[in-house]
Design a protein around this ligand. Structure first.
Ligand SMILES: *Cc1c(COP(=O)(O)O)cnc(C)c1O
Length: 431
């Protein structure tokens, strides 16, 4: 499902939907291009950390719309901000500015601790945020001295990285099955084995191929199974970037906005080794379920690489998206959701291991972006079983499930999720 690619083979085999969902799903299949597989259920409404399908079944949602619904469903402050802003103006284009847009940009600069002179660019999604970063990196690279004067400066991306589905971001997305059919892709992008400092150094050193304009990376590789990078590795990439005038682009589309227990993952030294990005991209959680994304350029110099007319978007930074961004960030602060994500994550990971279910061989992640490593490749069967038992989890890899609930989740709901997961049959078949 979603970015992770495919639904269970042949659809959610063990989870027949109720009659109302079934009828609507038949219509879905006739009307929608089949890129997501047949969805498992037709949902109707949500409240807090729960969502109900058309047949009246309730689900505890440990996926949150793929790490998007930071405040859960129908948070009163979010609903109020939506109604207030919608009744004033939703969209005006970037010929005009609005107060929420300006306030949100200021707030993002402040929570990211970006130095004086840093600036924000707004987009509408994760892939668009990364397109902006790749374009900026390309302009930067075009100005670097080139030893033999041909070809573009290179942009390095990591194996197992995910940056989006549009042509530029897709060119930096590793998974061959989703990238290769669309060749030829954007030239000048190269993959380097994630976590291998020597390989990164060698890639930088290979100057016959041209200088390195940028490295793009996630600090926790989300779509490939919630895999945190080693902080020493991240720090070593940072020094290589500094030495070679390359930009370090940190894709915080999934990890940002409090998900890992920090506003941004790079602020957690156990992930970043103290490194800070040159360009940071964000999306998913920023507006609590409304489409929004963007980029922060750290410092004045990088903030001036893109000049008027070079990049843009009709919808980006609309008053409505911005108002929802503001209320989401303000609610995260007011309700102490960074601390809640840290404590919740610890309770969740500990709880899973304490179940002693033989299926669960390990946990990883930070805050409320976590994965459970399974003993074998049964993640789709597990997600199906869980759905039947009122729990939404995401089959992020063949042998891992992702848990990324709303940041508002409390200890009782975490315990309920753990309780359901403890009952998953230890002898689930391979998918
Ligand atoms: C989800 C994701 C994207 C793509 O975001 P979209 O909004 O789906 O375009 C990019 N990078 C990372 C790390 C993501 O998790």
């Amino acid at each position: 499902m979603g970015q992770s690619g495919k639904a269970a083979p042949g659809g959610p085999a063990t989870t027949p939907a109720g009659p109302r969902s079934r009828d609507w799903l038949a219509r879905y299949g006739k009307a929608h291009m089949n890129v997501f597989g047949l969805p498992a259920r037709v949902m109707d409404h949500g409240q807090g950390v729960r969502i109900w399908d058309l047949d009246g079944n309730a689900y505890l949602d440990m996926m949150a719309g793929i790490a998007v619904n930071a405040l859960g469903y129908a948070h009163p402050a979010w609903n109020q901000a939506l109604a207030d802003q919608a009744s004033r103006m939703a969209h005006i284009s970037n010929y005009f500015a609005s107060r929420p847009q300006i306030e949100l940009a200021e707030r993002l600069l402040s929570i990211s601790g970006a130095p004086e002179g840093s600036h924000v660019y707004f987009a509408n999604s994760g892939t668009e945020a990364n397109e902006a970063a790749l374009k900026l990196a390309r302009l930067h690279g075009n100005k670097l001295p080139h030893p033999n004067g041909t070809g573009p400066a290179r942009i390095l991306a990591l194996t197992r990285g995910f940056h989006g589905r549009s042509m530029g971001s897709l060119s930096a997305t590793w998974k061959p099955t989703i990238r290769e059919p669309f060749a030829p892709l954007v030239p000048g992008l190269e993959f380097v084995p994630a976590g291998d400092a020597g390989a990164m150094e060698a890639a930088f050193a290979d100057e016959t191929k041209g200088p390195v304009a940028a490295v793009i990376m996630e600090l926790i590789q989300g779509e490939s199974g919630v895999r945190p990078l080693d902080p020493d590795y991240v720090a070593s990439v940072r020094s290589l970037c500094i030495d070679h005038h390359a930009l370090m682009v940190v894709d915080e589309v999934q990890t940002g906005m409090g998900r890992t227990g920090y506003w941004f993952a790079f602020q957690d030294p156990t992930l970043s080794g103290g490194a800070r990005p040159d360009l940071l991209t964000f999306a998913k959680g920023v507006a609590g379920g409304f489409p929004m994304g963007g980029m922060i350029a750290f410092g004045q110099e990088l903030s001036e690489v893109l000049t008027p007319g070079m990049h843009g978007s009709t919808f980006a930074g609309s008053p409505l998206a911005s108002a929802l961004g503001l209320v989401t960030l303000e609610t995260i602060r007011k309700e102490g959701l960074l601390a809640n994500a840290q404590a919740g994550g610890e309770r969740l990971r500990q709880g899973i291991m304490d179940t002693r279910n033989p299926l669960y061989v390990g946990v990883r992640g930070r805050g409320l972006l976590d994965a459970v490593q399974l003993a074998h490749t049964c993640s789709h069967a597990l997600a199906s079983w869980a759905l039947d038992h009122g729990l939404i989890v995401n089959a992020v890899a063949p042998d891992a499930i992702r848990l990324a609930p709303p940041l508002v989740i409390g200890p009782d709901d975490i315990d309920q999720a753990v309780d359901i997961l403890s009952q998953v049959p230890g002898d689930l078949p391979d998918d």
